[in-house]
Each structure stands twice: as C-alpha cells, then as structure tokens.
Design a protein around this ligand. Structure first.
Ligand code: AMP
Length: 298
C-alpha cells in the first residue's frame, strides 16, 4: 500500500475500477467494513483520510478530533487497500476558496438544522474528492444517514459518474454504533450512550410487530435516552431515505435517526427500514463480538 499526499499521485495510482472510501481517520471496524466492500467490488481501493475543517462548527471538536496517521496506515494496509490518500490542508484547500457546494432541502432538518454549514462542508469536500480522485465507486456508512442522502443527491445533481454505495452500521458488542468519537467517552458516559442503541433496537422490534406511526416510532426511540441520566436527546426522527424529510407514517423506505449528547460528545445512530415484498424490514447492521480496535490492538 502507498501513502500519498497529492490528488495527482492518488489519481495516477487508480487503475481499473477505483473504489474510494472517504474518512476522517482514527479508523474502526465501521471504516474497515467499507474498505472490505470496496475490495470485493473494485480493482483499486483508495482510502482518503482528511479531518475536514469545513464541516466542523466553531464550537465543535476540530482541534481534539483523534488523529494517528501511523495507526490508520497500518489498518488500511492490513485491510488490503492499495492507496492511502492523506492530503495536507494546502492540498485540499489551496488558497482562498470561493466555491461551496450546498445541497438544499435534504440538509434542512436533523443534523443540518442543528449544525449550520456542516453539510456544506461535507458536500464540498466529497465533491473535491470525487473531482480529484475520480473514483468509479464511493463507499459510505449508513450510520450517518442524512450524510448519505446528501452525498447521493450531490452526486446526482452535479452529474458525477461515481456510484454511491451505502453500507450497514457496525456496532460494538453491546450495540453502541462505532464512532471515532466513542474514544471521548468515560465509563459513565459509555453506559449512558448505550441507551441510544437500545432505542434504535426497540424501533426495529416495533416495526416488525407492525407499528407504522412515525410519532410512535420516534417515541419508542426516544424513551430509553430520556430515561437515562447523563444523556440529552437532540432528536429522534423518522426520515425518508431519499429526501431526509420527516415522515408521518412508515409508508416508504425510511430511517429512524437519533442524535444525542453525552457530556461533550455528540453521537448518532439510526435504523434503516426497507420494504421487502409486502412488509418492512429494519436493518440494525452488525455487531462485533470482541472489543473494537478503537480501544487497543488491531
Ligand atoms: P468518518 O471518519 O466518521 O467521517 O466516517 C467515514 C465513513 O465511515 C462515513 O461514510 C461513515 O458513515 C462511515 N462510518 C462511520 N462509523 C460507521 C459505523 N459504525 N458503521 C459503518 N460505517 C461507519
């Protein structure tokens, strides 16, 4: 595997069908599952690693976001990727940029409502990666449900030829969705954080039992978080998989997205719900059976 710093080098190494896995680093099994999917489907697998300042708000964790290039390079190599593209700030943003990619409507609610400018930052950096790396396919986690909707829409609207692939959520053994930000949690916060995935799992059960009301499903998601001390719910919303707009009823492919704050850490989770024949099938993703590589040995 080669680590490169420039778009030109990354592009030159992209032979055949190129699969791109965009990340902000401090990798875990969720990221590795995206690399695995790209490895199965592409000739060249390129992982990008860039902590994108544009998508952080002024009071967010840009400075403290975990970074360890050596650790990440070893993991990406072990996962069988061909290229690690780790640009410096000056490669990604040379000089003052006058261009921002804004995806309207799908970014209005949920994360977009609470983090002004966040999805402009995401859409702009992903568009730059698509233009600079020229991937045939790009892999994103379903964990960031509204981000996936935004990236799909940006790709279609700007006529990028890249195929967007969404992959299932990878969870810790107790159900907590993996996130680089889980490393911020102390043990009391870690306990409180579990309530998020309990809520999401309860939604999956309720859907299987026949619940279709958006308000009911949202209450089911919120209840364990609201009952738990030390965690504050930002939202629990049933949203359309295509538009991210809030749904009154489960009548089209949807995801029930939850965001909550534990201490200084914001955590996201969701369950995707797809139609299958006459019924609705919730997908909670997969659980690890051992502690995550986030906390120690790869
Ligand atoms: P990040 O490094 O947090 O920007 O995430 C990079 C990519 O990994 C995004 O497409 C995320 O949705 C995806 N990702 C993050 N956490 C998970 C997870 N637990 N399961 C699956 N994909 C994930």
């Amino acid at each position: 595997m080669k680590t490169v710093r420039t778009f030109a080098e990354a592009r030159a190494l992209g032979l055949g069908c190129v699969g791109l896995v965009p990340t902000m680093g401090y990798l875990h099994e969720g990221h590795i599952s995206l690399v695995d999917a790209a490895r199965r489907e592409c000739d060249t697998v390129t992982v990008s690693l860039f902590v994108n300042p544009l998508q952080f708000g002024p009071n967010e964790d840009l400075a403290s976001y975990p970074r360890d290039l050596e650790r990440d390079a070893a993991m990406v190599a072990a996962a069988g990727a061909d290229v690690l593209f780790a640009p410096q700030l000056a490669e990604m943003y040379p000089g003052e940029s006058l261009t921002t990619v804004t995806v309207a409507l799908v970014t209005e609610g949920m994360e977009g409502g609470l983090r002004p400018g966040h999805f402009d930052g995401v859409a702009t950096v992903v568009a730059k990666l698509f233009a600079g790396v020229a991937p045939d396919r790009a892999y994103f986690g379903r964990k960031d449900g509204q981000q996936l909707v935004t990236v799909r829409r940006m790709t279609a609207d700007l006529s990028f030829p890249t195929v967007i692939v969404g992959e299932p959520i990878v969870r810790e053994s107790d159900g907590l969705a993996l996130s680089s930000r889980n490393t911020y949690l102390d043990s009391a916060e870690r306990t409180a954080a579990r309530s998020i995935s309990r809520g999401v799992a309860a939604v999956a059960e309720a859907v299987v039992a026949g619940e279709r009301s958006g308000r009911q499903l949202e209450q089911i998601a919120a209840a364990p978080v609201n009952e738990e001390p030390g965690i504050d719910l930002d939202y629990g919303t049933l949203a359309d998989q295509d538009t991210a707009s809030s749904l009154t009823d489960l009548d089209r492919p949807a995801f029930l997205a939850v965001a909550a704050r534990v201490g200084r850490t914001r955590l996201l989770d969701n369950v995707h719900i797809d139609r299958n024949g006459g019924g609705w099938v919730p997908d909670l993703g997969v659980r690890l059976d051992a502690p995550s590589i986030l906390y120690g040995e790869a």
